[in-house]
Design a protein around this ligand. Structure first.
Ligand code: ZN
Length: 179
């Protein structure tokens, strides 16, 4: 199922069975996860209820949603960057270990391999640090988002009643009969 032109990332109604509003990183991936569940009769309801929230939320919530998207994308980018340089570091490290194993006394010139190794090691350490910093930013924003969700609980419930007709949500789950 390809869903183009639809909101892919942000706040959605019912991204999971036991969540009223949640931050969804990828609508399409979440749909894929849902379809992986063997109980298709349950999936119909999950797919029907998983909907992006419009601009109806209070401005503070709309703003925090933008921040969630921004910091999550930044964190994701930093993670991908780290994976790239880490792969390179692993390769250079392997090459360097070969050099060390083959080391034969004072004649062996291993300066290039060693410098490559040290450089790659430094670059991957910096990339790891950049990811950790980005993750801290995202966690901070997520904390603020959780606080705002509590602050606006009543407002969110009211919007939900309007935007999610015929919803079996009972305050805890979209499957009240099973609970
Ligand atoms: Zn609902």
């Amino acid at each position: 199922m390809v869903l183009t032109g639809e909101k892919q990332i942000g706040l959605f109604w019912h991204p999971y069975d036991e969540i009223l509003v949640g931050f969804c990183h990828s609508y399409q991936l979440r749909i894929g996860d849902i379809l992986g569940n063997p109980k298709m009769e349950e999936n119909e309801l999950r797919l029907r209820l998983l909907r992006p929230i419009g601009d109806s939320l209070p401005k503070e919530m709309v703003d925090i949603e933008s921040m969630l998207v921004k910091t999550w994308q930044d964190m994701d980018k930093k993670w991908q960057d780290f994976i790239e340089v880490f792969k390179k570091y692993c390769k250079v490290n392997r090459d360097y270990q070969v050099v060390l194993v083959n080391f034969e006394g004072d004649n062996y010139d291993d300066e290039l391999a060693r410098n490559n190794y040290l450089e790659a090691k430094e670059i991957q350490a910096q990339a790891a640090q950049a990811y950790i910093e980005a993750r801290k930013e995202y966690d901070k924003v997520f904390g603020n988002y959780m606080a705002l969700s509590s602050k606006y609980k009543k407002v969110i419930d009211d919007i939900h009643n309007k935007e999610c007709p015929n919803c079996p949500w009972n305050g805890n789950t979209i499957f009240p009969e099973a609970s």
